[in-house]
Design a binder for this molecule. Sequence first.
Ligand SMILES: [Zn+2]
Length: 216
Amino acid sequence: MNIILFGPPGAGKGTQAVNISNNHKLYKISTGNLLREEVKNNTDIGQKIKSFLDKGMLVSDDIINDLIKLILSNIKIYNGLIFDGYPRNLQQAKELDLLIKEKKQKISCVINLDVDKESLVKRILGRQTCSNCGLIFNKFFNPVNKNNHKCEDKYIIKRSDDNEKTIRDRFETYINKTLPILRYYKEQNLLHQINGEGKIDDISNEISSIIASIVT
Ligand SMILES: [Zn+2]
């Protein structure tokens, strides 16, 4: 079974990808990690990647496709993948279809964590983390107070890059890039929309039941 997971930045996609990977014994593929790994090991592909990164450019689709080809050829993880953050554009999605067919596999389902923009902004913008004990609160949904937290106020921090405009821009960029891909998978009857605003465990359970319902 091969699964693709989509979700806007800040929607908890990373957490869910790890959960799915653990619960269903799937190998998690993140292109970011793949790229770093190749650079670290100084492979042929790694050297090409490095020349893109050194110039501050996005790594080309050709290189991404080469990496995915390697992954799909790896017998140890044959037909047991969860893609996290890939494909990033329609071209990559179409290329993945060709590669995966070539390797006698298929995409079993595509799961999208659907989150409303305003609540996502609040979720990220309102995040309050205690640098002392590590507890996480939210100004809008679960504000820190004397009853739920014992450390001094000075330990409460917000991520510095989490200003509202950045979050909104990131969301818009994500939606614009992702909608055509989701449409593409919807036409193939592979797309499952999940409400990404519930509790982490509830979302995990919903994903699990979707996966359980798939006949491979
Ligand atoms: Zn604390």
